[in-house]
Design a protein around this ligand. Structure first.
Ligand code: GDP
Length: 366
């Protein structure tokens, strides 16, 4: 098939993979002006859809931003920072200023200190080599934080274009659709316009006569827990509403299982109250450390679920990390799943997570 270019975003048209850039149904190829499904949705329904790219294509595409003068907005999922952060973003986007937006703030318990969340996001970005201008917290689903977000975008973009980047599942399309919805008057102005060599695969949402907001394809981040489970399991681990903390009084030598996806062994530190922040519907099972291995062997997929019996094979083996906690109240974070707050005072814990999903610690957010 000779190459056809989408007249909206410039992506090469293909008819095989719906989740990738340039997808159009076969029937669209007969039209005089061919546009991809993603541009079609924007043009006719004022709605964006996420498409994803493989790492190499993503890097190539995103690094086009280096040659522009624009504001870059990176969306991350507060519940899955390491699974949703884009490594090497600084290199890919050159000297352009970056705003970091933590999405899904509606899921945090009410008692969460939002400033601490912002500080943690800023520091985590810095640890990954990314310097950000500012950090904002929003809920794309509930619309929380959008006034501040829009103001910050206006201030930092200073008349320039805006590129929105994010891994898949962070809520990028929900967020952009809300932005489109809120900007009254702009609806009519939404067109998709292809300028060869400038907007390959990015879709263009005009902000005013001289500047645009560009939606970019999402990258699949392999550290995301979501890649290791079925859709059904994902429903169990994804918080649907505000998380209710669950408290467990543990003695040394006791273990908690979070479904069969992660495990928390309390090795040393007397008797302590651990506060668990996970999706309300995720089953947390307490047992003795000495029985923990055996329980896992015998009950993974039934008592310890998710995974359910049909999706056990998707789950990589669990890897452990031993953490010595000093004085401060600390969160042990299992990205994409939740976190356990360890109270003040010394403690040693060993935490297990699926290989590839990296455990981290931070000063407690609550
Ligand atoms: P994309 O792949 O980054 O475009 O992500 P989507 O916009 O498709 O969202 C991925 C999932 O996260 C969907 O199930 C959304 O409903 C959910 N989601 C997006 N934003 C929020 C939010 O602010 N709060 C909550 N609780 N869920 C969200």
């Amino acid at each position: 098939m000779e190459e056809i270019i989408c007249q909206g975003c410039g992506a090469s048209i293909q008819t095989k993979n719906e989740g990738e850039p340039g997808f159009a149904p076969k029937s669209a190829l007969d039209k005089e002006i061919v546009i991809c499904k993603r541009c079609f949705r924007l043009k006719h329904y004022n709605e964006v859809q996420d498409v994803s790219l493989t790492d190499d294509d993503f890097l190539k595409m995103i690094s086009q931003i280096r040659n522009t003068n624009a504001l870059v907005v990176q969306i991350v999922d507060i519940f899955d920072f390491s699974g949703s952060f884009i490594n090497s973003l600084q290199r890919l986007t050159g000297n352009n200023p970056i705003l970091l937006v933590g999405n899904k703030v509606d899921l945090l318990p009410k008692s969460t200190n939002h400033n601490k969340v912002k500080q943690w996001l800023k520091k985590s970005a810095k640890d990954e080599g990314l310097t950000v201008q500012d950090v904002l917290l929003v809920s794309a689903v509930k619309g929380r934080g959008f006034e501040g977000f829009e103001q910050a975008v206006e201030e930092y973009r200073n008349g320039r274009d805006v590129y929105i980047v994010g891994s898949t599942n962070v809520g990028k399309s929900t967020l952009i659709n809300r932005l489109i919805n809120r900007s009254t008057g702009v609806n009519d102005a939404i067109t998709t316009s292809y300028f060869p060599g400038t907007t390959l695969g990015f879709i263009d949402i005009p902000l005013d006569e001289d500047s645009s907001l560009f939606d970019t394809p999402g990258v699949i981040n392999r550290k995301q827990m979501a890649h290791y489970m079925s859709d059904e399991d994902l429903k169990v681990i994804t918080p649907g509403k505000e998380i209710k903390p669950r408290v467990f009084q543990l003695n040394e030598g006791q273990t908690l299982y979070f479904g069969g996806l992660a495990r928390f062994d309390f090795k040393k530190g007397g008797r302590k109250a651990f506060v668990c922040y996970f999706a309300n519907q995720l089953n947390i099972h307490r047992t003795k450390l000495e029985n923990a291995d055996d329980l896992y062997q015998r009950h993974l997929g039934d008592l310890l679920n998710p995974p359910n019996p049909a999706s056990i094979d998707l789950l990589p083996e669990l890897e452990s990390k031993t953490i010595k906690i000093k004085e401060e109240k600390t969160d042990v974070v299992i990205p994409g799943l939740g976190w356990v707050t360890v109270p003040e005072g010394e403690a040693t814990v060993t935490v297990f997570s699926p290989k590839g999903v990296t455990i981290s610690v931070r000063p407690s957010l609550i």
